[in-house]
Design a protein around this ligand. Sequence first.
Ligand code: MGD
Ligand code: MGD
Ligand code: SF4
Ligand code: SF4
Ligand code: SF4
Ligand code: MO
Length: 894
Amino acid sequence: MNKNEIKLKIDGLEVKAEKGSTILQTALNNNIYIPNLCFYQGLEPWGSCRLCMVENEEGRLITACETAVQDGMNIITENTRINRVRKLSAELLIANHEVDCLTCRKNDNCKLQEVAAYLGINRENLGSLRRQVNKISMDDSNPFFDRDLKKCILCGICVRTCSEILGVNAIDFGFRGYESKITTFADKPLIESNCVSCGECVVACPVGALVPKETLKPSREVKTVCPYCGVGCNIHLGVRGDQVINVRGDIDNSVNKGNLCVKGRYGYKFINHPDRLSKPIIKRNNTFEEVEWEQALDYVVERFSEYKSNEFAAISSARCLNEDNYAVQKFTRAVMGTNNVDNCARSCHAPSVAGLAKIFGSGAMSNSIDEIKDSACLFVIGTNPTASYPVIGLRIIEAVKNGAKLIVADPRNIDLCKHANIVLNQIPGTDVALLSGIMKIIIDEGLQDENFIKERCENYDEFKESLKEYDLDTVEVITGINREIIIEAAKLYATTKPASILYSLGITEHTHGTENVFALGNLALLTGNMGKPSSGVNPIRGQNNVQGACDMGCLPDVFPGYQKVEDPETIIHFEDAWGVELTNSTGLKFPEMLESAKNGDIKAMYIVGENPVTSEPDTDNIKNSLQNLEFLVVQDIFLSETAQMADVVLPGCSFAEKDGTFANSERRIQRVRSAINPIGESKPDWLITCEIAQRFGAEGFEYNNASEIYKEIAEIAPIFSGINYQRIDKEGIQWPCNDVNDMGTPILHTETFKTENGRGKFIPLKYRPSAELPDEEYPLILTTGRNIYHYQTSTMTGVVDGLKKLYGEDYIEMCSDDANKIGVEHGEKVKVISRRGEIEPKVRVTDSCLSGVVFMTFHFSESATNIITSAALDPISKTPEFKVCAVRVEKIKG
Ligand SMILES: Nc1nc2c(c(=O)[nH]1)N[C@H]1C(S)=C(S)[C@@H](COP(=O)(O)OP(=O)(O)OC[C@H]3O[C@@H](n4cnc5c(=O)[nH]c(N)nc54)[C@H](O)[C@@H]3O)O[C@H]1N2
Ligand SMILES: Nc1nc2c(c(=O)[nH]1)N[C@H]1C(S)=C(S)[C@@H](COP(=O)(O)OP(=O)(O)OC[C@H]3O[C@@H](n4cnc5c(=O)[nH]c(N)nc54)[C@H](O)[C@@H]3O)O[C@H]1N2
Ligand code: SF4
Ligand code: SF4
Ligand code: SF4
Ligand SMILES: [Mo]
């Protein structure tokens, strides 16, 4: 028997329980029903509904949800006395509740019905109690769910969910006594509150008071993975006929444990949207014409064959399957004879891939999502998890609830700041100085982990020397942060272990993005926070399968599994496997491809599942490059702004119509399963690419299904060798996974690093300012990023009406001081001007921005934020500086 296990009796039955668990939990775990309404798994017990009353050995009535089990307890769940108390409680609840059970949208799934049936409540019981049900009207302001308080039983589950799990606190109990009800701040409609429409409270509400607007029941469900962000939440797509009609979070997996954000839960309507591409299109005389597949593919092959090796380039898709990506890079290398293949990681986490590879030998998240909740200290820098990775946001809130210290470093006051112990608002672009300052303090105070440094690292002295210039006077001036706060943060991070660093684009999207990553790697090495549970350096990867697009070798310097194209043995390995001759010269990175297209060197391009016309910086520049191509093929699920520039558009099918795999941010390969048939004549992306390759006469593209492709991937790349579809049927596996007995690798670098000599390498740092600093003409720093309701260039979320209602255009956010200086008001349209162009968004005055720094999202082509952003690149990774450019905001006179 395990130490934490105890024994007790429930209704005479001997059961085992975990120390510290409650009687209710123990009973339910042993399939013994005790009526309950205000209990919800994962929330603190509340004890308000009084239905879970049980009797202990002393004959006292106690609430099972609040009482911890004790060894030798003897609990009675059912006798006349208990049921009399329960019935009275239930009758009072039901008497105040509207009874339209048969037409209620919660019918069949209502816990009040379950309780009433269990207790045998009848009309006579209720008759004497019946009173006018209160006349509170329905709040149907949220586009995805309704709140009908006539059915509310005041169990408080929604309030506790929103506060304990979400940390949002959009709702609370309002008024008291008879008038008590669930309300928002100032009793406004939900849509005017700070609710983020996650729907977690809707799932948790035991009755029909919170229900989705659409409650048709699916005729079948298919388990798959969310198509949006890199968290990789597991979902069940609900299907009726050929339509996806709802999404439900999967409870039995370690990634999201049932939780979802608004996009994952409610953003599925793009799948069956009428604008989906359903047939191939060829552009003739500047008009698009739908054609048959035969004709489109023949034409593509005829034109692609005109171009030799480096005249061709491919962009593969972080939105597509591993199998799709594998096919694109194999086609590019084996058929077109070039390593010119890249993916959107270039605009995103390429500095992480490059930076972490140099320090640790491997450029991925070192630890797992599920470890976040057990960290003692979380250093969240340059990421806005509650908007960009909402389910990771939940884990951070959970960690704080578990007692973790939270340090947030961001130029804006993001939502997480509310939960932070320390907030560092640096001037954008100054992280190297900030982190160097922090590391200097750690060393000056002697808080470094000498043992770890001696045993596992190298190059410490040279690195230490480089910190000399980061005295607090200098760091204060560069970062704009008060020294006391920097000292406090340094001490807290260095002394609270395990500490985990979570970061994203606020670190990478800079002309010194790779140096920022070096700084974070150094910080973790310095404090020994590597290779241990709940520690590490964790770049949260953005797109649903950006990890996978890189893993599959859709990068100009590596084959699948990060095997270097310049390595002669690797070339032989792939030549043998693919039966062709391959080139060992590194290909071009995406910005270099665009430059090369502008110069006329690259003449043909194949873009799969990317929309650079809207997503890349300095839009005019991108358009010029693409226009200069002789032949452009775009493969997408919608006619994106980039597809509109193509000579041929090929309709791929969406994640909901494909079988295969995605790799989430924690390197977990998860199964994607088709739920419906392809829309129109669209085809799985890998199949389209393979059909093109086969028309070239190439061999090795005759796969019958995605599983055969994965088999080849596992054979060819050792880090995936142990993975096959059977093994990941229930739960994904984290690479490296070297053989079929290997359970995968939740934590990297536990014993040694993946560098050549196995040691972590400290890298000396030099602060370089951003490429474009504010001046008299352009006095403000513009930083760009995301809003929770929309995803990237919004080809998918933009066709979901509810999401458009919640956030329908890109705004420029600024603090009231800056707005006052220019004389503009909240909601007013302004001109935002940079050296590259101008746009006219509306102003949102917000205290999340600090003076001198304005913020914009880049989701909509109508506002086209990237017209004004800077195309300055990080010299190492070629990642654009989306996070800093200089702008002027002007009032529009009229
Ligand atoms: N809702 C939604 N979720 C998404 C996406 C989406 O489009 N919509 N996209 C996905 C993708 S591809 C990605 S890569 C991720 C990105 O996820 P994040 O990186 O979390 O998102 P961003 O909003 O781009 O930027 C993060 C933060 O960086 C801060 N920042 C700006 N400049 C600096 C700086 O100089 N230093 C520091 N330390 N911070 C700075 C910004 O204020 C912002 O709060 O999100 C993914 N998830
Ligand atoms: N100003 C500014 N710009 C930025 C950023 C920023 O922070 N600020 N962030 C950058 C970052 S991090 C990134 S990752 C890039 C993202 O840039 P992109 O990758 O260009 O953006 P997405 O909108 O994700 O484009 C994906 C395309 O794939 C299509 N698609 C979706 N699923 C499928 C499928 O199954 N098959 C096919 N064939 N197509 C599919 C979609 O319709 C869409 O057109 O944007 C960058 N741009
Ligand atoms: S709305 Fe639902 S979850 Fe919230 S208090 Fe009422 S019954 Fe409970
Ligand atoms: S939908 Fe989410 S944010 Fe909104 S009230 Fe419910 S739990 Fe809170
Ligand atoms: S957190 Fe990311 S993966 Fe999870 S539901 Fe939201 S968008 Fe999808
Ligand atoms: Mo990204």
